[in-house]
Structures are given as structure tokens and as C-alpha cells.
Design a protein around this ligand. Structure first.
Ligand code: 5GP
Length: 151
């Protein structure tokens, strides 16, 4: 158990910890010293991106304030780039805590999903996207980031 909450302790065997350690590949969009953004392999809409702090925490409930302070500006920067890259009408940000809250990967992350008027989201973890499509979408966001305000 974690000291601060009654949720289980962080386990570094999760898939995002493996991505952070470079043990499995990802379609990386951007990273800085504290956070990384990469494509969700089972996107709920084209351009669905995950933002992950590098510091270990299981979810929002056990994350320290320093991690959270660094994370939100990064989430916004990625959201702005995703909006530009996919000419979105809006952006949905999802963040799930514990299995009962919808969480399946137990390293804190935010979902950044471009939305278009009248288009429903696909099911959470509905199906794998092809590597080619994920890479093309990552590239659109990388390009948009070049002109996206940092703050
Ligand atoms: P959660 O339910 O924990 O908020 O969402 C975890 C997300 O991680 C899901 O949307 C799922 O599609 C995504 N995901 C699961 N395994 C992998 C993986 O190996 N690589 C990437 N990039 N995303 C993954």
C-alpha cells in the first residue's frame, strides 16, 4: 500500500514504465525531462495521444505535487497541438484512477483525444491501430508542435 492513500503501491512492471525505459517501442510525439507524449495504440479517435509523467506514480491519487505541476502545462501543450493537427472542434481529456475508475495501465496518464462535432468516440481499448497510421498521426502532431505556444 501507498503511504498517502489506501491504493496499492506503484509497480514498475506496467507497460508505460516499459515504454519509459525503452524496453518496448512507442510512437513518441514529444518529451521533455519530466513528461512524454506518445500515441495510444488503441485510439478512441484518430490522434488519440497519451501524456505520461516520467516520475513513477500509479495515478492521480498518489502523484506528488511536483509531478502534477509539471504535467498539466505539458498536457495543455499536447492538447493544443492535437487540436491543430486534426483540425478538431474540441478536445476530450480523460484520466482514470484504479480499475473501478476505468484505469487499465497503472502509471499516471492523461488521454488527449481530438473531437469533431457529431462524431462519437470509439470504445475504450476497442482495437489496435496499424503502425503506419499511428506513425502518420504522430508526425502530424510533431509538425503542429513546431508552431504551438509552449505556455
Ligand atoms: P487507461 O484505461 O489505463 O486510462 O488507459 C490505458 C490506455 O493505454 C488505453 O487507452 C490503451 O489503449 C493504451 N495502451 C495499452 N497498451 C498500450 C501499449 O502497449 N502502448 C500504447 N502506446 N498504448 C497502450
Amino acid at each position: 500500500m501507498n503511504d498517502m492513500t489506501d491504493i496499492p503501491a506503484y509497480d514498475d512492471g506496467n507497460i508505460f514504465a516499459k515504454i519509459l525505459r525503452g524496453e518496448i517501442p512507442s510512437h513518441k510525439v514529444y518529451e521533455n525531462d519530466d513528461c512524454i507524449a506518445f500515441m495510444d495504440v488503441m485510439p478512441q479517435a484518430p490522434g488519440h495521444t497519451l501524456v505520461v509523467p516520467k516520475a513513477p506514480s500509479r495515478n492521480l491519487l498518489d502523484a506528488d505535487n511536483d509531478t502534477l505541476r509539471k504535467l498539466l502545462p505539458f498536457v495543455r501543450r499536447i492538447a493544443r497541438a492535437v487540436e491543430t493537427a486534426f483540425d478538431a472542434d474540441g478536445i476530450t481529456i480523460n484520466q482514470f484512477n484504479e480499475a473501478a475508475g476505468g484505469q487499465t495501465v497503472f502509471h499516471l496518464h492523461f488521454h488527449v483525444i481530438p473531437r469533431h462535432d457529431g462524431v462519437a468516440l470509439k470504445r475504450h481499448e476497442g482495437g489496435m491501430e496499424s503502425t503506419d497510421v499511428l506513425e502518420a498521426n504522430a508526425d502530424k502532431i510533431r509538425t503542429a508542435l513546431k508552431t504551438t505556444p509552449k505556455d
